[in-house]
Design a protein around this ligand. Structure first.
Ligand code: UDX
Ligand code: UDX
Length: 458
């Protein structure tokens, strides 16, 4: 079959892989190829064991792979044949030089742009999928315009708003698709070409088009606002613990105000994930760059508060466990940064485990999906941490359970059996407020939730 257009995606990660799988699934008339410098990752995409866990992803890949969805390590061949190139390489926080700790490291993006330039012999549409600092498209354009060969590239911004764990549902039924383009004839023509792809399954009124800079900045702003809600409710959780207010009740009550809304108000041990911290620090860096110090400080406090909330968790464990946890086994329930993913980037569980180690406790980590990642993240401490997929194994001889991820599996466990396996007094620190605290208390546990009264046996 002759394809209408050939789409290439550079970067087969958490964003590029699922996004392209859904585009291929919804648009059989397009050929979609995903390339990556990491050969092992490409091999995994071509195998029955996909490199990332995401509910529903297997079925989508199964339907499209080999039909119009291809994973390849041949980046140059992919660039050559493509009409449209999505760039979804990672843009981590820079850890060196100017802007270290805040700015985005754009070296992969630049290398990718240079590769596109070197290999292309005809015009192409370049779509920024990675989250980028505002005005990155300008740098991209300048690199792509830097040869005398005269090949023209249109650079568009198309940030991805999917959340991990619900990526397929988010992609199949997005609140909105955002596309930013230049207000030139060729920019608008390129824009229409990308709108046409999404219009195969996204209602037209949900496809928003803006200028390039608004699109780039909207992504940073969306993540900053989402993270801000969590830090805000987490500040209130601390106040609830002092005042006998209940943070879940407060969240419910304020969420009923339609101007506030009920979502993203769950107090927790802190937010994690590859995006929130990175994107806010990036926003902070941009603000400082433009001399907006107060604006930078405002957003930076969202990240600081999140760090504080994470450290506060082990602090409360210490207070309740007689000011010493040295030598005590602590079952860490969940290591992924949220439920339904094996991803552990910026996970609050890592902060918790590091704090436990600093107190000479013995963390025993259990997680249904993230044990390999946890081992990797704790490579320097493998002699001091234990790992098991079986929660009943993890609690044997433990003094406490620390819930760090909201896996539903943990809700359904037999806590009477667990209590029997543990040392007494046995504690549950519920960093996600997912367990039935009253029931646990009745079983015999001392229960310490986030943002509500503790239930302690005397
Ligand atoms: C990345 C960015 O981190 C995020 O800001 C953006 O919104 C989307 O892209 P993610 O997909 O989660 O998010 O990153 P990751 O899983 O690390 O995937 C990036 C992939 O790009 C990796 O597989 C990496 O090997 C690949 N890559 C990186 C290239 O193919 N070429 C490069 O030059 C650099
Ligand atoms: C986020 C954005 O939601 C998404 O739009 C963007 O494209 C990428 O960044 P993600 O990081 O995958 O997605 O997951 P998300 O569901 O936003 O959760 C982030 C963190 O916040 C998790 O650690 C989660 O447990 C935590 N969280 C979320 C809370 O602590 N409380 C809440 O109410 C919601």
């Amino acid at each position: 079959m002759a394809f209408r257009k050939r789409i290439l995606c550079i970067g087969a990660g958490y964003v590029g892989g699922p996004t392209m799988a859904v585009i291929a699934d919804k648009c059989p008339q397009y050929k979609v190829t995903v390339v990556d410098i990491n050969r092992a990752r490409i091999e995994a995409w071509n195998s029955p064991n996909l490199p990332i866990y995401e509910p529903g992803l297997d079925a989508v890949v199964e339907r499209a792979r080999g039909r119009n969805l291809f994973f390849s390590a041949n980046i140059d061949a992919g660039i050559r044949e493509a009409d449209i190139i999505f760039v979804s390489v990672n843009t981590p926080t820079k850890n060196f030089g100017q802007g270290a700790g805040y700015a985005s490291d754009l070296q992969y993006l630049e290398q990718t742009a240079r590769r596109i330039l070197e290999v292309s012999d005809r015009p192409k549409i370049i779509v920024e999928k990675s989250t980028l600092p505002v005005r990155t498209a300008e740098a991209m354009e300048r690199i792509l315009d830097s040869t005398p060969r005269g090949v023209h590239f249109d650079v568009l911004s198309n940030p991805e708003f999917l959340a991990e764990g619900s990526a397929i549902a988010d992609l199949e039924n997005p609140d909105r698709v955002l596309l930013g383009a230049r207000d030139t004839a060729s920019g608008q023509k390129a824009l229409a070409e990308i709108v046409r792809i999404y219009a195969n399954w996204v209602p037209r009124e949900r496809i928003l088009t803006t200028n390039v800079w608004s699109s780039e900045l909207s992504k940073l702003t969306a993540n900053a606002f989402l993270a801000q809600r969590i830090s805000s409710i987490n500040t209130i959780s601390a106040l609830c613990e002092r005042t006998e207010a209940n943070v879940d009740e407060v969240a419910f009550a304020i969420g009923r105000d339609s101007r506030i809304g009920p979502k993203f108000l769950k107090a927790s041990v802190g937010f994690g994930g590859s995006c929130f911290k990175k994107d806010i620090l990036n926003l902070v860096y941009l603000c400082r760059h433009y001399g907006l110090m107060e604006v930078a400080d405002y957003w930076e406090s969202v990240v600081r508060l999140n760090d504080w909330q994470q450290h506060r968790f082990v602090g409360r464990m210490l207070t309740h466990m007689f000011n010493t946890i040295a030598g005590k086994r602590v079952a860490v329930f969940g290591f992924a940064f949220k439920a339904d993913t094996g991803d552990t980037r910026e996970t609050p569980a890592l902060t918790v485990v590091r704090d436990l180690l600093a107190e000479h406790a013995v963390p025993v980590i259990t997680d249904p999906k993230a044990i390999p990642e946890a081992r990797h993240d704790l490579a320097d401490a493998l002699d001091r941490v234990e790992f098991t997929e079986d929660p009943y194994e993890a609690v044997k001889g433990a003094h406490a359970i620390a819930v760090c991820t909201e896996w539903q599996q943990f809700v359904r466990l037999d806590y009477a059996k667990i209590f029997a396996l543990m040392r007494k007094p046995a504690f549950v620190f519920d960093g996600r407020n997912i367990l039935d605290h009253r029931k646990l208390y009745d079983v015999g546990f001392n229960v310490v939730p986030i943002g509500k009264a503790e239930l302690i046996h005397h």
